[in-house]
Design a protein around this ligand. Sequence first.
Ligand code: GAL
Length: 677
Amino acid sequence: MNHPLTDVTRTLGGIAYGGDYNPEQWPREVWREDVRLMREAGVNLVTVGVFSWSRIQPRPGTYDWSLLDEVLDLLHAHGIAVDLATATAAPPPWFTRQHPDARPVTASGTRLAHGSRQVFCPSSPAYAEAADALVTALAARYGDHPALVVWHVHNEWGNHNALCYCDTSADAFRSWLRERYKNLDALNDVWGTDFWSQRYGDWEEIDPPRDTTAFRNPGQELDYHRFCSDALLTRHRAETTILRRIAPRVPITTNVMGTLEKKVDGYAFAAECDLVSVDHYLPAADPDGHIDLALNADLARGMARGRPWLLMEHSTSAVNWQPVNVAKQPGEMRRNSLAHLARGADGLMFFQWRQSRVGAEKWHSAMLPHAGTEGRVWKEAKALGAELAALREVTGSRVHGDVAMLFDWHTWWALELQARPSDQTRYLDAVRDWYEALWTLNITCDLVPPDADLTGYRAVVAPSLYLLSDHDADNLSRYVDQGGHLAVGCFSGVVDEYDRVHLGGNPGALREVLGLVADEYLPLRTQDHALLEDGTRVRQWVERVETRGCTPVLRFADTTDGGPAHGGPAVTRHSFGRGTAWYTATRLPVTALREVLRTLCAQAGAHPVVDAPPGLEAVRRTGEEHAYLFLINHTLDTAHVSVTGVGVAGAEITDGRVVVPPGDVVVVREDLTIAPA
Ligand code: GAL
């Protein structure tokens, strides 16, 4: 398989393992210990230079390569490869001093101060010039370095500075709009500027959607999201163009943040990389954070179009940026890591190698903690390195999702603009509910955009896909017409790509394929609920649906407890062409949603990976001769699973059954050359 990540793992001799390495934070004596311990832990790849700009270029026009020269040579001499960052994510103080206007400005007009990272306006010409010069110099210096195996462009584009409202951004926004709409009438039309007397007579009258008296124009705000994401994408392209020109042999990546980052369209960045890499951190407030992990891993695979991908950052234990930074339990880091591996990662990296002694991230865990090699985390990191070496044969194998879940940043932006029917409706909540329902069924899904090629999927699900262009709606209708099984969540298909309602009855873009009209959206107060006829309680969202060919599968109870749509359809099914389309006219709890999806998936032929008890996560990676079944036990009970194959890395199989102790993970190698019994 000829894929840049496969080339990298071949060079490394297996699964990539390591983390961000920030040697500038430590005296030189420590570097020698670092490389020795990296070897001991099985580290074969480190990310260098993410925040090195002020060391590489201490003054304008003056480069000092001494640190990177020495570190890269040292790593290479110890057989450790480098993912070299372009260092553009943290401009040095001299840059800000020279260009105070390059600092980002908030929606309320505050210009942010220097003193953190990503302190730059994405549209600043001064930043572009300085960053491009740095990348050019860096590529010329290290493009041929034997340690270098991947370019790491910037770091988490837009994490802190995506939305800038300064005058430079305003100018760039206007240019972007001219390019998009060509004439002002077209813009006035789609933004609906005759509402509230906002009609523009000159491009120069248009500003970013800064803080104002009342609701902002939604079309303007939605386009501003797109513009901001594009402004960063322009910077990403500028860097990649330089790298490809000067050092074409080295593949390029950037760490995309998945659902951790609303402000940039992850698909757009992933599409511009030779290999896809992502960061994931467990949300500590979520008792089932491993489901969020799985969701993001499946999104990473969707972004990588099914190919293996690289987990660029996760944490060995606690982070330092959540309200309460819960430490991982013994064994949890291993479980997290192997769960990413199960879902298609060919590399597992951490932020960061050595825990900082100073600075804002000193309370963030690392592979080598403050306690050094005495720490529990170190011991687990070292054991994981050894285990990954034993699992190296899984690299290059792929996960095939039977189901596609449509996930879209544009819907996320639009659904959460101001003045919606309910501010309780959060896009990620809907996505999570649907994902969790599939996760509990052990049905593997790929998260893909609404314009993805859906033909190979047995079923497609679309949680609250509020924004849907006619083009993407056709993609869904065609899929069903040709025999596909589609399930659509409430408040989907409502507006077009400009946030204009599709007229003629909601959900305009999907009315035909679903065979219904949602006559009214009836959001519930926080304290209210509605009952379904089977006793299920639903919260937050109810729709009064009129059938237009669909069959109600489940109704709201026909009593006052049934809520504002009592007696009406809550779940429907519609035969359309050769396929079937389901709709949920309410936010079903995960348990109820699971039953709907269980039925749909059974009819569609999308099956659980194995028959396993609740809380036992099962995923399969398929290679050319072997498949690898990963079984991850998230419960406190021992699980027994029937399998056909042999255990990898120490797993034992007796009489066709494997035991998965509480909190443990086992991997089973299945021989694809033997026909299943
Ligand atoms: C990421 C970032 C890293 C580090 C990490 C801490 O967002 O890329 O540099 O700050 O968070 O969790």
